[in-house]
Design a protein around this ligand. Structure first.
Ligand code: ATP
Ligand code: MG
Length: 658
């Protein structure tokens, strides 16, 4: 690409120049400041393995201390702390009982609005009883247990109880269909399913037990027992000999269950990725390495202090709900909020009302939620007292600068740092993120790797890209403790997916990114989604950000379709603030937006097609289903799984037929 055109293109990517240094009053009380960050980064650069060993000794309680740190004899199947033994549940619960037994561990709010609180001592008792109940059902160390539950404290109790007895849990998001559940049960060869009668979402009943019965109706021969928690109160059919009520499973059980010391590499859980790029992969995590990074990042990135109320809105069905609901903050001894329902139920003020009523101090959500709430206008959050919030976070997708600024101004009231945390199911915990008291933020950038993580951008040959005007593939060059260990049942797929591209030298994240002159990372989207227009590579994120910079645009998704001359042309789906235009108004606005994007990014990025819709199709984790949009843009048959679309009627609009 000629240099002039490259710089024109990249001006857009890096044309965000605003810098938000940590506020001085935040720094004054921060757990980690710039000098600590620099010291730890230097320590890790000198001796990466020794650095992680030191952290693992400081942060975790080991029943048997490890003497071996990194075993790379079977690389890229790396193993950490191999001769050490610990228990994750002990590290999340028991370690707090002496000091914080009466501290609230979980504040739970159901969708209809009931509130329940559990102290650490109560959580310990619930976990102990349920762990004993699972043992009585015959669950043994290493057995896989599928957890298919609503977002209720019992989901965390079930996770912790599995960890306590050495069972490997696999949480399946409660919004998934019976078929998705069956696929995951079969892939994991799970022995037990833990579910509920039902959950509540947007005022509707989610029939979890019905879906479980349907999943188990065919195949799933490994399942011996089903535990059903009574929650929604709907009628369910219990199958004799197989199904047991949660309340019966714990009846008569002691609240004390001795935690089982397991080797550090013992599989703590399997979690299937959200599947936005293909068949879900059963990501397998270890105990020691995973827990270390989940706890460290909870403390560092969320700056957790004893008086904080931390709300990560992610469902326990996603990795974010594992690392920043069920494990990390509990290991750090924090108070967490759990909310069962939809963000806009009964109205768009629900999130802010929860923040106000429970005194949330740290709020962590996804860009898709931020953009959705932004669409309802500033008046709604303005009605709530959000003065206790001191830190905001985002995860899941690149956040466009417009949404970042809105979050900062309207929710954070310009006082709060924002941590944009880049990570994946595979990485176990956050990898690239500002540490809020140490690293100045730039809207749209996840900033710098956390100390100990060696992230880089490489070109097609695997050479590092240092020119801030060029993008490339995001890789991690050194193994880290919370990395996935394998893809369950398919180690070859693990190697092919994450390592083979550069001869097993680097972990390949599958995202494209740029790194600016300050060493900040800017994730531009998935490598598979990169647009190639007239020979220029454009990230979906940069084009979408340009759209959203227009005052009328709430959200946009772009995909490529083939074009005789340009190779690929940009096809954009746009959701506006306010009503969807039709007829000549739609045509006029399409012209205006095309010019607007052209001005922002250069003529090369002008979309050929713009289609307006009321919503975009999302996966259950709230990510745009680009595969579906691509199918439509290219006039292909739909190959994406649309069974989980929240609003199937949207398909006709996306096709331009409504
Ligand atoms: P699958 O791998 O099955 O397609 P998925 O990648 O959507 O599913 P996750 O592991 O939940 O499943 O998502 C990780 C991906 O989300 C990252 O690879 C990246 O593309 C995106 N992502 C997460 N956080 C950020 C962030 N802060 N900035 C930019 N992108 C992010
Ligand atoms: Mg992925």
């Amino acid at each position: 690409m000629p240099p002039s055109e490259t710089s024109k293109q990249l001006e857009s990517v890096l044309h965000e120049t605003r810098v938000f240094p940590p506020p001085p009053d935040f720094v004054a009380r921060a757990r980690m400041r710039a000098e600590d960050h620099a010291r730890l980064t230097a320590e890790a650069a000198r001796d990466n393995v020794g650095y992680w060993a030191a952290r693992a000794r400081e942060e975790l309680h080991w029943f048997k201390p490890f003497t071996r740190v990194l075993d790379d004899s079977k690389a890229p199947n790396y193993r950490w702390f191999t001769d050490g033994e610990l228990n994750a549940s002990y590290n999340c619960i028991d370690v707090h009982l002496a000091q914080r037994g009466n501290k609230t561990a979980i504040v739970f709010e159901s969708e209809p609005g009931d509130v329940r609180r559990l102290t650490y001592a109560e959580l310990a008792a619930e976990v102990g009883r349920f762990a004993n109940g699972l043992k009585a059902l015959g669950v043994a160390p290493g057995d896989r247990v599928v957890i298919y539950m609503p977002m209720v404290p019992e989901a965390v109790v079930a996770i912790q109880a599995c960890a306590r007895i050495g069972a490997t849990h696999s949480v399946v998001f409660g919004g998934f269909s019976a078929k998705s559940l069956r696929d995951r049960i079969e892939d994991a060869a799970a022995r037990v399913v833990i579910t509920a009668d039902g959950g509540r979402r947007a005022g509707k009943l989610v029939d979890l037990k019905g879906a479980t019965d349907e999943a188990l109706a065919e195949g799933c021969g490994s399942i011996a027992r089903v535990v059903v928690m009574k929650h929604a109160g709907n009628d369910v059919r219990m199958k004799a000999g197989r199904d047991a009520w949660w309340s019966d499973v714990v009846k008569g059980q002691s609240t004390e269950c001795v935690p089982l010391p397991v080797p550090s590499e013992h599989p703590l859980f399997l979690l299937y990725t959200s599947g936005s790029t293909g068949k879900p992969k059963g990501i397998q995590h270890s105990t020691g390495g995973y827990l270390l990074h989940a706890k460290l990042t909870a403390q560092w990135i969320f700056d957790l202090r004893d008086d904080d109320v931390f709300w990560c809105t992610a469902d326990v069905g996603w990795v974010t709900g594992h690392s920043y609901v069920a494990y990390g903050p509990l290991a750090a001894g924090a108070t967490i909020v759990m909310y069962e329902g939809a963000p806009v139920h009964p109205d768009a003020g629900r999130f802010w009302s929860i923040c106000q009523r429970h005194g949330v101090t740290i709020f962590y959500t996804a860009p898709t939620a931020i953009r959705a709430l932004m669409k309802f206008g500033d008046e709604i959050p303005a009605q709530y007292d959000l003065s206790k919030i001191r830190l905001l976070g985002t995860v899941g997708e690149p956040i466009n600068p417009e949404a970042w600024i809105w979050y900062h101004e309207v929710i954070g009231r310009k006082r709060c740092p924002i941590v944009d945390t880049w990570w994946q199911t595979e990485t176990g915990a956050a990898m690239i993120s500002p540490i809020p008291g140490a690293i100045p933020a730039k809207p749209g950038s996840c900033t710098k790797p956390i100390p100990g993580i060696d992230a880089a951008i490489v070109d097609e040959e695997g050479d590092e890209v240092t020119d801030p005007n060029r993008g490339g593939s995001l890789v991690i060059r050194k193994p880290w403790p919370s990395m996935l260990r394998t893809i369950w049942g398919d180690n070859q797929r693990y190697i092919d997916t994450y390592w083979a591209r550069y001869g097993n030298r680097y972990y390949v994240a599958g995202d494209t990114a740029h790194r600016d002159a300050d060493g900040y990372f800017w994730v531009m989207g998935r490598s598979d989604d990169v647009l190639k227009v007239s020979g220029h590579r454009l990230g979906t994120m940069e084009v979408e950000s340009a759209f959203v910079a227009h005052p009328r645009v709430a959200e946009a998704a772009v995909v490529g379709r083939s074009h005789d001359i340009k190779g690929e042309a940009i096809f954009a789906y746009v959701v506006l603030r306010g009503a969807r235009p039709t007829g000549t108004e739609a045509e006029r606005l399409a012209v205006e937006l095309r010019d607007f994007v052209g001005k922002e990014l250069g003529a090369i990025a002008k979309p050929d097609d713009i289609r307006f819709a009321d919503n975009l199709p999302k996966t259950r984790s709230g990510k745009i289903m680009r595969r579906l949009l691509r199918n439509i843009a290219r006039g292909e048959e739909i190959t994406a799984d649309v069974s989980t679309l929240e609003n199937p009627a949207i398909l006709d609009q996306l096709r331009g037929k409504a």
